[in-house]
Design a binder for this molecule. Structure first.
Ligand code: GDP
Length: 140
């Protein structure tokens, strides 16, 4: 498997409950290296651009409000097969369906307030990283 980079967000529900370190420990234990990281607060408009793919979904407005409700931590994770590995460590979107030991099983509050985002493919990973980070911020 090749070394990949993926984009990750620790969402408002998790930053508000002081779970940044606990979530990062899960990534690192799984062999994912945090090669870039910053804490920011999105406007609703910026959240809307990031989640534009979900524009037609009934939960879009709620999702954008939630993502702009408190600070988030945006990250680039690197490792072997990082995109799939991160999705595995995150667990299913709905915490009720997430496997034991996953971040969402342990920490998520609901299908909306589900603690983490992770890219779902190589193209989205590249786009999402470029939306939040400049090349100078990716130090490896
Ligand atoms: P992910 O790739 O596992 O994050 O899931 P999706 O790409 O399907 O959805 C993106 C995000 O939208 C999820 O992580 C949730 O925060 C939110 N979301 C998805 N489905 C629902 C829903 O039915 N209700 C609400 N309120 N939010 C949802």
């Amino acid at each position: 498997m090749a070394i990949q980079r993926t984009f990750s967000i620790i969402k408002p529900d998790a930053t508000q409950r002081n779970l940044t370190g606990a979530i990062n420990a899960k990534f690192e234990a799984a062999g994912l290296r945090i090669v870039a990281q910053k804490r920011i607060k999105l406007t609703k408009e910026q959240a809307g651009v990031f989640y534009a793919v979900h524009k037609e979904r009934p939960f879009y407005d709620e999702l954008c409000d939630f993502m702009a409700s408190a600070p988030i931590v945006v990250q680039v994770l690197e490792g072997e097969d990082a995109i799939a590995k991160n999705r595995e460590v995150m667990g299913a979107t709905n915490p009720a369906e997430a496997a034991e030991g996953t971040i969402r099983k342990e920490f998520a509050l609901s299908i909306g307030e589900n603690s983490v985002h992770g890219s779902d493919g190589e193209d989205t990973a590249k786009e999402e990283i470029a939306y939040f980070f400049s090349g100078l911020e990716l130090v490896g």
